[in-house]
Design a protein around this ligand. Structure first.
Ligand code: HEM
Length: 425
């Protein structure tokens, strides 16, 4: 068992005497995103929970073994808190106000950032609402949304499958689950994309989004239906809690599912493991989707937790006050998992951490799988001879650290001459 020296000053957890690396490795930027697994391997060689630079000037730890990630998420909230009130650099005003880390890890008044009874109350409202989603109807509605998006590109014979398909599909699905009136749905989609772009008008976009979510909540209070918003309202949430919970649902549901679909399409088109066998039906689409969750999970590094006092994690002494991110991507590819076996023998095994686990584990893996599988199957059915127009190695990817997957998938396919071309050509 190794006990490593740990934080001395608030900014950086490796400034204690004789830290192992000269500088904490960054888990963002072009070098990281070109080969995140190389960085995970270097970190694993340092420690199961290693110091990292999360974004410019933002420091913490990354848990990179399957064991350490399991230990962290299963010991929340008792040993490790989710509430960013425990983040010392944030309390000291040392986190740059425009840092993407703040956007993804800063406090928000919703279930994701709460511990204990408050978390259970808000989460219970969410799980009770999502459990009532009719999954057969959901599959049909995803297929319809997929077909509308595919109708728009089928005749052109080429498209960016991220911008024109995997990007919009999950958000349109969530809007459908909310049974949102079309005009309000468009306002929400527009505001969400401005918030995610994190441009200069992000604060205004956030205000617009909150106003639209409040309007939607009030409409559903007046005229409840069989939809997720009405079910959440029945869970007893106030207007303010409804708005924050809807913001959480948009953020938690849409971007990871977009990357899930994009990464699976990329593998099916280009990976010899899948390229022939999924198209010919030898391997189901489901196998390719599950392989993404193992190898390249869309939520790559997240679930920041804070030690309640000094804590030993797999032999590493971790100090309070610093975010400890769980690397679901590194955990799933931890060589210790594959001793005496091979990753391919994990087919059908869902023991990965792509949906996290424990108190904050994703409440919607079933919904995510229905959206992902339906979207990928419809694209493969409707776009014959689908191929990338660039080399796989040139596919641009998210710069990290939180989400992983392609940002663009320029593709060509046999045009559907029975339909008018709406885009491109
Ligand atoms: C492939 C798609 C998805 C992946 C990989 C994924 C993954 C995750 C992960 C890793 C977490 C834990 C985050 C943390 O602890 O900080 C999480 C939480 C959550 N996810 Fe998902 N998710 C996906 C899709 C969805 C969908 C479709 C929904 C809703 C319909 C959803 C709703 C949520 C919510 C509400 C939480 C917060 C739970 C809590 O804090 O108690 N997710 N998800």
């Amino acid at each position: 068992m190794t006990t490593r020296p740990q934080p001395g000053v608030p900014q950086c957890p490796v400034s204690a005497p004789a830290p192992p690396p000269d500088r904490p490795l960054p888990i963002f930027g072009p070098t990281f995103s070109a080969d995140p697994h190389a960085t995970y391997a270097r970190l694993r060689a340092q420690a199961p929970v290693a110091p990292v630079e999360i974004h410019h000037g933002v420091y913490g730890y990354l848990a990179v073994t399957h064991w350490s990630v399991s230990y962290l998420v299963r010991n929340n909230p008792d040993l490790f808190a989710k509430d960013p009130a425990h983040w010392r650099a944030l309390q000291l005003g040392q986190v740059p106000a425009n840092s993407p880390a703040l956007m993804m890890m800063g406090p928000r008044d919703n279930a994701l950032w709460k511990d204990g009874a408050e978390h259970l109350r808000l989460r219970h409202a969410i799980t009770s609402a999502l459990d009532r989603v009719d999954t057969f109807a959901l599959g049909d509605s995803v297929a319809q949304i997929a077909d509308q998006l595919l109708d728009a590109i089928a005749a052109a014979g080429h498209a960016d499958l991220m911008a024109q398909y995997a990007g919009p599909l999950p958000m349109l699905t969530v809007i459908g689950m909310f049974d949102c009136p079309p005009a309000l749905g468009e306002r929400i989609i527009h505001a969400v994309s401005r918030v995610f772009d994190a441009g200069d008008d992000a604060a205004q976009a956030n205000a617009d989004l909150e106003a639209a979510c409040l309007e939607l909540t009030r409409r559903k209070r007046a005229r409840p239906g069989s939809d997720v918003i009405s079910y959440l309202i029945q869970g007893g949430l106030t207007d303010e809690e409804m708005v924050q919970t809807l913001l959480l649902l948009f953020g938690a549901a849409a971007p990871p599912t977009t990357e899930y679909i994009g990464s699976a399409l990329l593998d099916i088109i280009t990976d010899p493991q899948f390229a022939g066998s999924v198209h010919t039906g030898v391997r189901p689409v489901e196998a390719a989707l599950e392989a993404v969750l193992w190898k390249n999970p869309p939520v790559a590094n997240y679930s920041p937790l804070y030690a309640r006092g000094p804590q030993l994690i797999q032999g590493v002494l971790v100090q309070p006050g610093y975010p400890i991110l769980c690397s679901f991507a590194a955990a799933n590819n931890d060589p210790d998992l594959f001793v005496g076996t091979s990753p391919s023998s994990f087919a059908g095994n869902r023991g990965h951490h792509a949906f996290s686990a424990g108190a904050h584990g994703c409440p919607a893996p079933g919904i995510a799988r229905i959206i992902g599988q339906t979207a990928v199957e419809r694209a493969l059915d409707r776009l014959p001879k689908l191929a990338l127009t660039i080399n796989r190695s040139d596919v641009p990817t998210l710069p990290g650290p939180f989400l992983a997957g392609p940002t663009s998938l320029p593709a060509q396919f046999q045009p559907d001459t029975t339909r008018p071309a709406l885009y491109g050509r």
